[in-house]
Design a protein around this ligand. Sequence first.
Ligand SMILES: Cc1cc2nc3c(=O)[nH]c(=O)nc-3n(C[C@H](O)[C@H](O)[C@H](O)COP(=O)(O)OP(=O)(O)OC[C@H]3O[C@@H](n4cnc5c(N)ncnc54)[C@H](O)[C@@H]3O)c2cc1C
Length: 391
Amino acid sequence: MPPTDYDLIIIGAGPAGSTTARFAAEAGLRVLLVDKRQELGAPIQCSGAISGHGLAAAGIDADPEFIHEAIYGFAIYDQEGERTVHDYRLLKPDEYGAAEGKKPLGYVVDRRRFDRYLMTQAERAGAGVWLKTEGLGYQPTDDGHCTVSLRRYNQDLRLTTRVLVGADGLQSQVGRWAGLQTHIKITELAGCLQFIVDGVETEGLLEIVTGHEWAPGGYAWVFPKGHGYAEIGLGVIATMTDKPAQWHLDKFIRQSFFRRRFANSRVLEVQGGGVPLAAPLRTQYADNLILVGDAARHVNPITGGGLHTAVAGGKIAADFLIGHLGDGLPLQDGALRAYQTLWLEELGEKMWKLYGIKTDIFHNMNIQQRDRQLYATMSDYFSPTSEFKKI
Ligand SMILES: Cc1cc2nc3c(=O)[nH]c(=O)nc-3n(C[C@H](O)[C@H](O)[C@H](O)COP(=O)(O)OP(=O)(O)OC[C@H]3O[C@@H](n4cnc5c(N)ncnc54)[C@H](O)[C@@H]3O)c2cc1C
């Protein structure tokens, strides 16, 4: 019989949950990680771009097992195709490059393999991992612990834990179980669609195309995918267009300044999903409960990237819980606020600042000015002097 009593039960074995589980289990906590999927990371709903800093922040080696392609910099385009290039092979040749002794700036990872890799690390550290297990609810108890209801295959179970970690992604239910305000405004939810294509040359850069004409409320991208493949995608805000993301992606491919570059591309796969370009949740804890990753809106509101913040946030959550549980501190009546304080110090303050910048841009009703602001912001954001380069 598996144990029925844990220090941590973590709902969601995405990057945030698996990273939390790994570090907590390494420190000796009794951890159960559950995910309702039978195959992690599938269907893929992610372009997979993550910086080397992001991996390092969570102690994850850049393992060829999950890497599609190495990234060496960025090209940011305005609507007409003028571009700013930050190629770190040229900017910092002693540090970045493909030659021995140098390193890439980041990677495009395969989300199926990445999620499985992180989950395996958690399992090897001693966490129990249950797939095809859905979290259904939780209830704090008078003895300072809580019960968690799960459905594993078709069997309903009730387990006990000291802390429940909600790492259940964008459509998180865990926060709602605790009555947290998790609603996301439609004006801050980007509908994203991407095609995996062949026949499109790339040069080791993440390419980002700004401009209302191509992606109202968001941006378009061309990412290298390895083996001669590329990802062409975009995200749009539904309140800024009356057309779906697919219409905009078709238009971008057929009409943008890249149309000749894309002329011989063939679509091999279609992937999509929602990305919150929103502020972090104002309250990310409740009695016996904390949230991490997309569930807590730990997503960069300018880029929409949530992988770095999921794994870095997962480590912050684990570090906090190891200390808090180790010291036998209370888990109810606001005692877990200290988690949010730590997260704000280590990551969150910068995310709030980015949210302010993003809001300033998109509150500007003059489309041309807004386009110029977004292009300038993106160009600065990815430059070597950016104050945000480690987010
Ligand atoms: C089209 C697209 C492209 C993107 N591209 C990038 C990119 O290039 N770079 C980047 O940094 N970010 C990107 N993102 C964002 C990134 O995918 C997310 O921020 C990231 O996956 C968040 O990780 P997470 O662990 O918080 O949540 P998730 O990866 O969503 O994992 C949550 C897990 O919880 C499980 N779950 C949910 N509910 C329950 C339940 N009740 N019981 C059990 N399990 C449950 C789910 O099955 C899932 O496995 C992209 C997103 C989209 C949609």
